[in-house]
Write a protein that binds this ligand. Structure first.
Ligand SMILES: [Ca+2]
Length: 307
């Protein structure tokens, strides 16, 4: 007797439940495919989002950079105005910004008198010899700021063209040329980051000459101008200029107690800014760009940094 082939159903499973198992497997496969596809779509959307976000940030950064540079250009008008004035009595001024860059965009431009700072490069004269008065001034400045004054000797060796050390090892690795950046000072023997931080507000390497504007120099800089200058005399200069700014350098001799010091200061002091530090801070939404420059009265740039 022919017997029709029979499907063997595992024990405990009926034909109905076996069919349900096949449907269940199909469902699992379907769900798995959906999960995979969903994952792919999420990944794709995320990458598009990240790309779009990066593109937006890049665009804002470019815009911020351009706005910051506009701030630098804006400063030239004010420098030209200061150049025509008889004296400069403001060490720092935040410039008004007459331009509207649109929603979410801001700009702050600060102009500082770089002539208020002591020029470190001036301790070595253009002919390579040491300006002993200048070196003495730098030592006095360091002493006042509680920095080891011998570091000033190492700086002199760093700059001067010869290789004769003033101190043990003070010519080791010396550049034997003027400093091009403030950061270079960190390479000079004995200059640690704490000392560097203390002198940074009072010194510069971005201008020429040794003239200091007595209308804007801070007390430590005024104090270091002469070996006999006392803190009291330096304060007298500040008190005087706060009421009546100096219109010419000879007027410093009228300060009470100045005596022979006033005469010695002539040739080392001025009443006008001849070099300027411009800081332009731009923000486009949450992206910021800062440019910093130092330029002289003829707009010749001696330093530029953007970050
Ligand atoms: Ca040297």
């Amino acid at each position: 007797m022919n017997r029709s082939p029979r499907i063997r159903i595992p024990t405990g499973m009926t034909a109905r439940t076996a069919g349900a198992g096949c449907e269940g497997s199909a469902l699992i496969v379907t769900l798995l495919l959906i999960a995979i596809l969903t994952g792919l779509v999420v990944d794709f959307v995320y990458e598009v989002y990240v790309d779009t976000s990066s593109l937006s940030n890049w665009g804002n950064a470019q815009r911020a950079s351009l706005v910051a540079r506009s701030g630098q250009a804006l400063s030239s008008e004010f420098i030209a105005r200061i150049r025509d004035e008889k004296y400069t009595d403001r060490r720092e001024v935040v410039l008004p910004v007459p331009l509207d860059f649109g929603s979410g965009v801001s700009l702050m431009v600060k102009l500082e008198d770089e002539s208020a700072r002591f020029n470190v490069n001036s301790i070595i004269l253009p002919n390579g010899r040491t300006d002993e008065k200048g070196l003495s001034s730098l030592k006095k400045l360091f002493e006042y700021l509680t920095i080891n004054p011998s570091i000033a000797e190492s700086i002199a060796d760093w700059i001067d063209p010869d290789s004769e050390p003033r101190l043990i090892d003070s010519e080791n690795g010396a550049k034997n040329a003027p400093l091009w950046s403030m950061e270079e000072l960190k390479q000079v023997q004995g200059m640690d980051s704490e000392s560097f931080g203390r002198i940074t507000p009072f010194v510069t390497v971005y201008r020429t000459g040794n003239m200091i504007n007595i209308n804007t120099a801070e007390l430590p800089v005024l104090l270091c101008l002469d070996h006999e200058m006392t803190e009291t005399l330096a304060r007298n200069i500040i008190d005087h200029r706060e009421i009546t700014p100096f219109e010419n350098s000879g007027e410093v001799q009228n300060i009470s107690g100045m005596g022979a010091i006033g005469q010695r200061l002539l040739g080392r002091i001025s009443v006008k800014a001849t070099s300027f530090r411009v800081t332009s801070h731009a923000a486009v939404h949450d992206i910021t760009r800062v440019t910093e420059s130092v330029m002289d009265s003829s707009m010749k740039i001696s330093f530029w940094r953007e970050g």
